[in-house]
Write a protein that binds this ligand. Structure first.
Ligand SMILES: Cc1cc2nc3c(=O)[nH]c(=O)nc-3n(C[C@H](O)[C@H](O)[C@H](O)COP(=O)(O)OP(=O)(O)OC[C@H]3O[C@@H](n4cnc5c(N)ncnc54)[C@H](O)[C@@H]3O)c2cc1C
Length: 418
């Protein structure tokens, strides 16, 4: 049994915990800080973000892109801790960033490891931060005294004046975030809202997915409930064996999962518009003229040059057209109408809520009434702070969630001051 004494103990060496440690060093390098991490190394999930490129913020940070009970308390936060602030903050740590044409911010190096390195370098060179990896915090006792277990089964006790809970959520447990932080919250009677996965592929029951798997196309995706469009996003749609995927699909997944949790019996559909550059009328006119021009072609070749082969094949199947050796000129008015309608509104039925397995984020978490938002401090326990995904706030895909992980870490560090 080891006994260690620190000023600040940060539970979770993920995105928010790393930033908390860095920001504490910026404010007061003398504070003795320990970053306690279950994994063998800190920042495991950070390295996986943005497909290894780390989409660390977004030029369009705004309350409307955040959800959960805490989102409405953060209007003022986004004014102060906006995208320029975060870019400048990272630039002071030595990390240069660029934005893409959709306002997403990435490191100039195009590598998530640069983000990790700049924080670790900073706190190792300028501060007094120890990383204690392969260590799980099991209990938090008042005082504060943390009881930890190391992977070699050794136990460690850590005393600290300030404790930061930055344990992440339950999303992507393969990256070792399996919701341990919620056990700690339960033991402290800190309330959380219902947890569910967000930013995740949407499972659909459709035989055509078998044919379409592996295909990627650009288009619009709409969530329709009872025939009304409730949300729409544009981007790359990816087909997998059992699900629709891609960032634009992820953006709808929170609403789809909420729908299934509500056990509503209403009608739910995902509609793809795979020719968004044409209006409905233009699409039909275009198809009519294509049939006139290429009437001699077999149906198998009618869409060559316009659609990927697998998409064309699935489109015909969806419309019940089976003989692809027919001449295009034989398409009747009804078939042309159906093909053109399907190109503009190709419907898939989501079948179930998605699991946490492939989710990027956990919706739900510590509810707003448990938090003093000026400091991200617990209202029940003085000097106990929260950061990142463990809180009941989640954002759209596009750098919004990491932006929150950084900002909450900086707010905590400023509150701890010194
Ligand atoms: C594949 C993927 C890609 C993503 N890409 C992006 C992106 O490009 N842009 C974006 O904005 N967001 C992205 N996200 C979301 C983003 O990763 C999260 O918002 C962010 O990691 C949350 O930071 P956090 O510090 O709260 O949690 P995490 O980064 O998950 O860190 C929590 C850490 O706490 C540790 N821990 C938990 N409990 C304990 C305990 N009891 N004792 C010790 N250690 C503990 C865990 O091991 C973990 O390392 C992505 C998520 C995934 C899964």
């Amino acid at each position: 049994m080891n006994f260690l004494k620190y000023d600040v103990a940060i539970i979770g060496g993920g995105c928010s915990g790393l930033m908390t440690a860095t920001a504490i060093v910026k404010n007061n390098p003398k504070l003795k800080v320990v970053l306690i991490e279950k994994n063998a190394k800190v920042g495991r999930k950070l390295l996986a973000t943005g497909n290894g490129r780390c989409n660390l913020s977004n030029e369009h940070i705004s309350p409307e892109f955040y959800f959960g009970s805490c989102a409405k308390h953060l209007h003022n936060v986004w004014e102060q801790y906006n995208c320029d602030f975060i870019r400048k903050y990272f630039s002071d740590l030595g990390l240069l960033t660029v934005s893409d044409n959709e306002g997403r911010i990435y490191p100039v190096s195009n590598s998530a490891s640069s983000v990790l390195e700049c924080m670790r370098n900073y706190y190792h060179y300028f501060g007094n931060v120890d990383e204690l990896c392969n260590t799980v915090v099991k209990t938090i006792k008042s005082g504060y005294l943390l009881e930890c277990i190391r992977t070699d089964n050794d136990t460690v006790r850590i005393s600290a004046k300030y404790v930061v809970l930055a344990c992440g959520g339950k999303s992507s447990p393969k990256l070792s975030t399996d919701g341990l932080g919620y056990d700690l919250l339960n033991s402290l009677y800190i309330r959380t809202s219902v947890l569910f996965p967000s930013l995740v592929p949407i499972t659909c029951n459709d035989k055509l997915l078998n044919l379409l798997k592996g295909v990627r196309i650009k288009g619009n995706v709409s969530l329709m409930i009872d025939g009304n469009i409730v949300a729409r996003h544009n981007g790359e749609i990816q087909f997998t064996e059992k699900a629709l995927s891609g960032i634009c699909v992820f953006q709808l997944s929170r609403l789809v999962n909420e729908y299934f949790m509500s056990k509503k019996q209403t009608d739910i559909k995902i509609a793809l518009d795979i020719l968004p550059q044409f209006s409905k009328q233009e699409c039909k006119a275009f198809l009519v003229s294509r049939v006139q021009h290429f009437g001699k072609y077999t149906l198998d070749n009618l869409f060559d040059g316009l659609l990927q082969k697998k998409i064309a094949l699935a489109l015909y199947r969806k419309c019940g057209i089976t003989d692809l050796n027919r001449k295009s000129a034989t398409l009747n008015k009804k078939e042309i109408q159906l093909l053109s309608d399907t190109l503009k509104q190709w419907e898939f039925i989501p079948t179930s809520a998605s699991s946490f397995e492939n989710a990027q984020i956990t919706a739900g978490g510590i509810i707003s009434s448990e938090i003093d938002f000026t400091k991200m401090e617990s209202v029940r326990y003085k000097h106990l702070y929260f950061g990142g995904e463990i809180i009941d706030i989640d954002g759209l895909c596009g750098g919004y969630n990491l932006h929150w992980a950084w900002c909450s870490g900086i707010i905590v560090a400023r509150a701890i001051g010194g």
